[in-house]
Ligand binder design. Sequence first.
Ligand code: SF4
Length: 239
Amino acid sequence: MGNLKEVKEMPQIDYSLDNYKRPKLTTPSSEKKLLLHSCCAPCTGEVMEAMAASDIDTTIFFYNPNIHPIEEYELRKQENMRYADKLGMPFINADYDRDEWFERTKGQENEPERGERCSTCFDMRFEVTAKYASENGFDIISSTLGISRWKDMEQINASGTRSSAPYHIPYWDFNWRKKGGSSRMLELSKKEGFYQQEYCGCVYSLRDTNLWRVSRGREKIHRGVKFYQEAKLKLSQNN
Ligand code: SF4
């Protein structure tokens, strides 16, 4: 019996929206004003709620010129704005400078997801976020991109730190997936009926996701029609 370790029953934590007592978050060095880069409503909703519950002065910065086409960009943005309105959180609708995005990612069209093109894409979004923060009195930036299990958090954090350094703005690399963040993100998305995008965002991710689907005998993505709860709005547009 000497090698057998005692197995202790771990208490089950209920992370549901109704029952979980959320511990208050604090910024790394008690920074007061946070500029939170947002990629979309499903990823950002739970983080926004965490910030509001922690009394952290947060402004949402929607800067995603990677999202293609513009109808998809507008839909993701509107969903995020709707939730920011609901929480009374300031929302900055930044540029959609897709020409610059295409310029920067030239030669990386065939990179896989999580490859070099994604680092370029994160760098561009974080550079603009950090620049805006430094010019507008924010103390720290962060991003909700890392809450998605499809993303490489180390890649995102490295990009955030690298891109914000020239502006002397710290990047908060908090792991939003922890403490039930991932499951709460899903629950909140269902509760709010957020739009459920089916590809990362850029034209290349749309292409590759469709190729992957077709290779498995599945239909291509129908943009604008899938929501986390019952489909409530049909903005049907096939690719
Ligand atoms: S796959 Fe996603 S993160 Fe990577 S370049 Fe495209 S939009 Fe950006």
